[in-house]
Design a protein around this ligand. Sequence first.
Ligand code: NAD
Length: 490
Amino acid sequence: MPLVTLLDPATAFLSQNPIPMTIAGRAHTGAAGIGDVFDPATGEVIARVSLANATDVDTAVKAAHAAFPAWAALPVRERAVKIQRFADLLQKNFEVLAQLESLDVGKAIAAARGFDVPFGIACFRYFADLSVNIARDVPLPIAGIEARQHRAPYGVCGFIFPWNFPLTLLCWGIGPALAAGNTVVIKVSEVTPLASLYLAKLAHEAGLPPGVLNVLVGTGAACGQPIAEHPLVKRMSFTGSTTVGKLIGEICGRRLIPAKLELGGKGAAVIFDDVDVGATAAKLASALSLNTGQNCCMATRWFVQENIHDAFVSAVSAELARIKIGPGLDESTQMGPLASAEHRERVRGYYRKGLDGGARAIPAENPFISGNGYFVRPHLLSGTDDNICFREEVFGPTAFVVKFRDEDEAVRRVNAVPYGLANSIWTSDLVRADRVATQLVAGNNWINAHNVFSYGLPYGGVNLSGVGGGVNSPEAYLDYLRPTTIARPL
Ligand code: NAD
């Protein structure tokens, strides 16, 4: 099938050399040179982007700082209207954003159109609506003291995002911060910056005041770290690996500013023997291939009750073999390539170490497809719980399958990793499902489904998977407002 033809605005955007960043509503060329952006389906350069260093960060933070008083002082309803107009313009540019995201990350265009872009846009609408319905001043019923809690935005909030769901995660992060009246400085991943840079351009066209939303691209050391360290940044939000998250947490700890850390995961699916084997296999195969397995909340360890283990593995193998692999921009593609050459080597390294550690690959053939694109077939590994691929986040289309005998054993083994992001429990016994869900230590435990997202449904991690609040909920909005108690003894 021919690839989707890029719309003219997407082609014009990509032809800039380099594509600029956005500071104070204006195109900004960074001081750190130019970076290449690659098509994961071919390995070819598709764009060149300007890169930022600490000097550019300083310019962006000062622009956000200057924009803060007027943005914060807007009546909540007026700010919500501006955010809705921004969402309207994103909606008008829906297909351009979907094409850029698909091309850049390698993800199936159907997924970009069906989830990444619409769900991202909906985030701005959700928090704009929420902001007009949540009181900023709450009277406190205390005997002898007239008191209220007043909530005010922090000021400049810094954001650092990963490469796997660049557009959606950016919207999840900044949606509540902007609606609360903060201004934002964002560092997007240098691996997949395109749709975020396009969004920044639209923010200005939509009438967000200059300086309210600033988007930079750069390496972690040159651009990410200076954001967290900048004295005018009052709050940080980081989405990415646990290793870098700890570093950002340390910087924020030293500066005593709040940090929201959304980190890696090693989620499980617990499959009891009373499931419909075929239907469950189909759903988990689909979850495994979502975004080519580059998904923090993926079910990466599958615990299958022993008496259906072989039937389940056979059913899921048949499902995985049917998944259509191809370039993201091919309409028929169900699973695209991995996002970068570097990441393909990481996934391949885990695969080799997993086999060296005694795991068995299902199917046995090498899943890495030779050629210039970063393609890999979805596959399973089986073995023991001490295998590296059972314990560590691989971040590719691979699940580690093990047998279990009873509920208690499953709970114990699921909880034996230091992560705590997302699990799923599969059974027709909903009482058991609920019992197990309450015992699994994770931010999210889903029943008879994996990847359950909705606005109003809090999403976040515990242990090595994150700390500081999570996203997508009213609590996430309140996180971007600092409380002040105002009290007068009567
Ligand atoms: P990463 O930690 O390598 O990078 C994330 C971001 O941090 C990038 O923008 C990167 O440039 C920047 N960065 C790197 N070093 C830095 C430093 N020293 N200082 C400041 N910034 C720095 O992660 P990644 O490989 O881009 O993304 C994959 C990881 O993200 C996985 O672990 C995945 O589970 C996690 N993730 C978590 C969630 C969640 O919601 N919990 C969502 C998506 C991805």
